[in-house]
Design a protein around this ligand. Structure first.
Ligand code: PEP
Length: 262
């Protein structure tokens, strides 16, 4: 089984002081859980402080976005090597970036390539809107986002990529996709595309996270699905207790699946 990977996306929340408090509150419990990979992604300004607190622990730190140029007249942007100086992970293509800040599959691809070049692990987000879902376009939209977002990426580079399937209608709404529906997209849309581009072995090793209203009470059933290899968690990652509960659920699923595979 693929090791479950759960990442918290704190979005535009938490000052530097609040971010340090939050991560300090999570760490003691998270450090006890070794069979799950975990990360938190604070807003840019809090990343160095959180990374400092997490140094030497099992909790990885990421940024929520990155630009594709190394330097120059790009006011307000942050370069891949600047992110890589302080943390290991970055999210690209989050639906909020696409919907509110004009990001496209093409710019997602540029960000991804530049981030990989800088040595970062990248979480690439894809997912359909409610209208697209209701029009039966989920497969077409996710396929387009994935093909264009991952254009020109090699199997070797893909080792540092995690895909996050986040149906837009499930983000922040309290209405998660059913485990079966999410798993269907992971297993029958995303994994086959990864296989076509990177080959069977790499595609099987890659983690596909689900994101959209993951909570402590629905996490276990989601993570128990064959092709849901973790989660990208927004709201529930802003409280130490709920994030820890979600990671604990991932840990229990891992133990149960490993037992059943013996
Ligand atoms: C997200 O921000 O990527 C997300 C999935 O948010 P939430 O868990 O709040 O739905």
């Amino acid at each position: 089984m693929r090791k479950i990977f759960v990442a918290g996306n704190w979005k535009l929340n938490k000052t530097i002081a609040e971010a340090k408090d939050l991560v300090n509150a999570m760490l003691p419990e998270l450090e006890k859980i070794t069979n799950v990979d975990k990360a938190v992604c604070p807003s840019y300004l809090a990343v160095p402080a959180v990374a400092e607190v997490c140094k030497g622990t099992s909790l990885k730190v990421g940024a929520q976005n990155v630009y594709w140029e190394d330097s120059g007249a790009f006011t307000g942007e942050v370069a891949p090597k600047m992110v890589a100086e302080v943390c290991d992970y970055v999210i690209v293509g989050h639906s909020e970036r696409r919907a509110m800040f004009g990001e496209t599959d093409e710019t997602v691809n540029k960000r991804l390539k530049a981030a990989l070049e800088a040595g970062l692990h990248v979480i690439v987000c894809v997912g359909e809107t409610l209208e697209e879902n209701e029009a039966g376009e989920t497969e077409a939209v996710v396929s387009r986002q994935l093909k264009q977002g991952l254009a020109d990426i090699t199997a070797a580079q893909a080792e540092k990529i995690t895909i996050a399937y986040e149906p837009v209608w499930a983000i922040g709404t309290g209405k998660a996709a059913t485990p079966e529906d999410a798993n269907n997209v992971h297993k029958n849309v995303i994994r086959p595309l990864l296989t076509a581009q990177f080959g069977e072995a790499r595609a099987q090793a890659m983690r596909i996270q689900y994101g959209g209203s993951i909570k402590p009470d629905n996490a276990a059933e989601l993570f128990a699905m064959s092709d849901i290899d973790g989660g990208l968690v927004g709201g529930a990652s802003l409280k130490a207790d709920s994030f820890v509960e979600i990671i604990r659920a991932a840990s229990m699923v891992t133990i149960v699946v490993e037992e059943s595979e013996k």
